[in-house]
Design a protein around this ligand. Sequence first.
Ligand SMILES: [Zn+2]
Ligand SMILES: [Zn+2]
Ligand SMILES: [Zn+2]
Ligand SMILES: [Zn+2]
Length: 428
Amino acid sequence: MARRTRLSHADYTVGWICALSLEMAAAKLMLDEVHENLSSQPNDHNSYYFGNIGQHNIVLACLPHGEYGIASAATVATQLKSSFHSIRFGLMVGIGGGVPSEGDIRLGDVVVSRPTGAHGGVVQYDYGKALNEGVFQRTGMLNRPPQILLTSLNKVETNHMTEGSRVPRFLDDIKRKIPNYAANFARPTQADCLYMTGYDHAIPSSETCDGCDKTMDVQRANRKDNNPVIHYGVIASGNQVVKNSHLRDNLGRELGASCVEMEAAGLMNNYPCLVVRGICDYADSHKNKEWQRYAAAAAAAYTKELLLETPAIHIDQAQTVQEILYDSDIHRVEASEDEDGTSEDEDEESEEEESDGEILESRGNASSQRRDKCYNCWRYGHWRNQCPDLTCDRCGSLGHYATTCTRQQGICYKCGTWGHFAETCWIS
Ligand SMILES: [Zn+2]
Ligand SMILES: [Zn+2]
Ligand SMILES: [Zn+2]
Ligand SMILES: [Zn+2]
């Protein structure tokens, strides 16, 4: 066997995080080449695999066995960041539950987090405060995925409209790579059954739906093929497994979520990343493990396609994760100074942030490095959110972010029609 490539910690620019070992296995199958392992720093307890896809050197990290959820994901990201200083962005790739009320989502499809006018693509639905009369207000805003990935994401979406997706080919390659084990990641023969909301799994102890009433199945048109369809939208992240069709539908209605999962919210604010989820169940009481490996492979295959559309040269120019976080801290301080809080609670919050700001500013003065570099246009003298070249993802005009977009009417940048914006466009 040929000797494996050996690189140094500083050569790895992409951090790919998985929560389950089956997701890690799917990720490894998408590498063009597996590299030699590197030794870990003494305080880093993550397990890593190394490799490349095209020109991108990737470090794969997995949550410790048996640990799930937002806090564990945050710990893994923190350790990854401290061991690999050149990492430019993260990818959280794995499986999740589909919310079929928000589009024709089927098992084996892939949901990718994309910011909307209202939020950054991932919403932590169980974090917030309960108001009077059972109203729950979600507080705290999660960051957007890095711009470089949003750009490639748009490119992949456009390619799919005219040339089709490369995902089926990457899934097919698995047969060649591991002929004896490829069946583990093949599309299950078990039917993709979506039961009506409120119809619960008949035999709770049974792993299959053999005992469930097939007449309670939602009738859906056949697709022309079984290839995964890619959906772009909101991912709802929380600390509990969702196994309830009513809760699932509520998350769809309230947040516009297409997918529910358990880790992404732990990453968004301390590790800028894009979240890619293969749909393995419908987050209801019928959920089982049958589709997990195929769904994980579909998500990993999409991620491979996305990376191949991301020019490595742009990655080298991009800010590292640590630089992005430094800037976004400063932005948060700026935003809180501008805030015109009226309620008592908001005032308290902005005071807290201002005291953080003093610490940051003094750190900034001590360093001789100029920090006011815009990572949209790479010029100095302004921050990204004030960049004149910034395009709004909502209305398509220049000079502001989608999150600060106030336009009431305009032209949708997706379909070019007047009167609505991309977030409500018929082109999904
Ligand atoms: Zn069932
Ligand atoms: Zn700029
Ligand atoms: Zn706008
Ligand atoms: Zn439109």
